[in-house]
Design a protein around this ligand. Sequence first.
Ligand code: TUI
Length: 306
Amino acid sequence: MKTKITELLGIEYPIIQGGMAWVADYHLAAAVSEAGGLGIIGAGGAPASFVREQIQKAKEITDKPFGVNVMLMNPEADQIAQVIVEEGVKVVTTGAGNPGKYMAMWKEAGIKVIPVVASVGLAKMMERAGADAVVAEGTESGGHIGAATTMTLVPQVVDAVSIPVIAAGGIADGRGFAAAMMLGAEAVQMGTRFVVAKESIVHENYKKKVLAAKDIDSEVTGMTHGHPVRQIRNNMTREYLKLEKAGAPFEELEHLTLGALRKAVVEGDVINGTLMAGQIAGLVKKEQSCAEMIQEIMEQAEKLLK
Ligand code: TUI
């Protein structure tokens, strides 16, 4: 399927993998790219040296283009932005902030820059700053979220900018893909479905929680301090929300979240770990390879779009 995004990125299918902290390592990114989508290494809160290693390892196992996501709250974001240029990464996506200060440097290096936005305002600002496309990410998503839903955000961003728009949040099958196209998107970004991919290094316990999740099993923590994070309800969310209600300081809570994400992804602590996942987790029922997922989604979407 050809769209402005497949043309821009030189990929076969207009499916991009979300740059999930701890989850989106080089194995997952390479598998999605090999399957014809765009795989993304999620820098999350990792140091720049780790991100460089991840990029180098991805290059060893795939010749296809892949991207790197810069989580802008990472204290080493400046160094990571530089590593991306030095390593000749083709595509960069950003999250949790405004990547304006890196734009000129990335564009000069010929990198395709695709900021993830949760509002029309930031989408317009990113277009003016020279972004090649934007990901419009709805509040259905897992992890750090904005307030608007995918259904309302995507068409409003499409109307506000002339660059291609990629829809994200609540998309995990061919129906969601087709719906996103109807809203004017040129591609989709998916996270939650790829969490349970065979090539995903996420601990088996975490995968089981995503596979078992129902429609209303996620909770949003951090709403009061302006950094809302969607995750599957567990002891962690109950404790966090209790602390938040009691007025605990932002730094304490933030620290709790990122440390706990590693605990869940790497150690499989599904009780006190952070199980970031989107509302569409209820639809994700089987562990498959990235290639199987992408084939299934494209077949279903193509039938519907006809
Ligand atoms: O970034 C994401 N999703 C993420 S980042 C992440 S790691 C993390 N963990 C705990 C706390 C914070 C981060 C897990 N999931 N998605 C893209 C996204 N960006 N969603 C919302 C935004 C966003 C929000 C506010 C982008 C910009 C913004 O403000 C822009 C400004 O002007 O600063």
